[in-house]
Design a protein around this ligand. Structure first.
Ligand code: C2E
Ligand code: MG
Ligand code: MG
Length: 267
């Protein structure tokens, strides 16, 4: 295995050389009364854009490994910027082709700034993309440390109609009460919470769903792997679901097939 230092250097080269790619994973509407079969057959309402890196010697490296390297190396904003641009172009192409699909990108809150918010709005405008088509997912963990300039960038995107999502919500350090003061539109339940079957998880999710209903936030259940996970997410009142039950993150070509209804069926 290569050292972190070497991997970071190689990652910098890959970013500069345009060697990263983007995979897309569907997010599906879960009508509270939907039959599981109908939900599985549906086309995605939105897709999450996930960064991919194939190292020339080591092959695919997980984002769980390279995202922290880019963060520590101080160039995660370049990675996030690349994924946003690539995904925005792709979504524009799909929407021009008649597919009414939204997209979500992951952004480290540490890089939120008015410059970031302006760049996003300019690019959406250039591509003639409705800001409502975009969701920006910010990770739950650092929320309590959000500083004023980051909050104002989030606020300006939210005001412009971009959906602001809190990713990986696991009912641990961040409480629902902490979310209430933020200009958000969506909460994504971490798979560690979605997959729990105990009464405490039911209660935690009920609190999120009730609070979200009061604020008009969407609740997305991540990590739906089985029919039982799906049925639980529907019973718990989640609005959307994402997970391996529908399929793995796909290349743009493979996702085009899914949108046309001819791609890989649910796994
Ligand atoms: P995330 O944003 O929570 O994305 C969901 C992750 O869960 C993805 O992992 C996805 O492949 C995986 N996943 C989806 N469905 C299931 C399921 O049913 N079961 C399980 N066990 N996993 C599922 P991935 O692509 O490896 O990304 C990991 C994390 O890396 C992401 O978590 C996100 O925090 C980060 N990441 C990925 N791309 C980017 C990016 O462009 N920018 C930033 N800042 N972070 C990124
Ligand atoms: Mg995410
Ligand atoms: Mg997540």
């Amino acid at each position: 295995m290569l050292s972190s230092l070497r991997l970071t250097t190689d990652l910098r080269t890959a970013v500069a050389g345009g060697e990263l790619s983007v995979a897309y994973q569907g997010q599906y509407d879960l009508g509270a009364t939907a039959e599981t079969g109908d939900t599985l057959a549906a086309v995605p309402a939105s897709v999450e854009a996930l960064c991919r890196w194939r190292h020339p010697e080591q092959g695919p490296i997980s984002p769980e490994v390279f995202i922290p390297l880019a963060e520590r190396g101080g160039f995660l904003d370049e990675v996030d910027g690349y994924v946003f641009s690539r995904a925005a172009e792709q979504i524009s192409e799909w929407r021009d082709g008649g597919h009414d699909v939204g997209f979500a990108v992951n952004v480290s809150p540490a890089h939120f700034s008015s410059r970031y918010a302006d760049a996003v709005m300019i690019r959406l405008d250039e591509l003639d993309l409705d800001p409502a088509a975009l969701t920006v997912e910010i990770t739950e963990a650092p929320l309590p440390q959000l500083r004023a300039p980051m909050l104002s960038a989030i606020e300006s995107l939210h005001q412009a109609g971009v959906t602001i999502s809190v990713d990986d919500f696991a009912a641990s350090d961040t409480t629902v009460a902490m979310l209430e003061s933020l200009p958000i539109d969506e909460v994504k339940l971490d798979r560690s919470l979605t997959q729990r079957v105990d009464a405490a998880a039911d209660d935690a999710i009920a609190t999120v769903v009730e609070t979200s209903a009061g604020h008009g936030w969407r609740v997305v259940a991540e990590g739906i792997e089985t029919i039982a996970d799906l049925a639980r997410a529907v019973a718990r009142g989640c609005d959307r679901g994402q997970g391996y039950l529908w399929g793995m993150p796909l290349t743009a070509d493979a996702m085009s097939g899914v949108l046309r209804g001819v791609g890989p069926a649910a796994v």
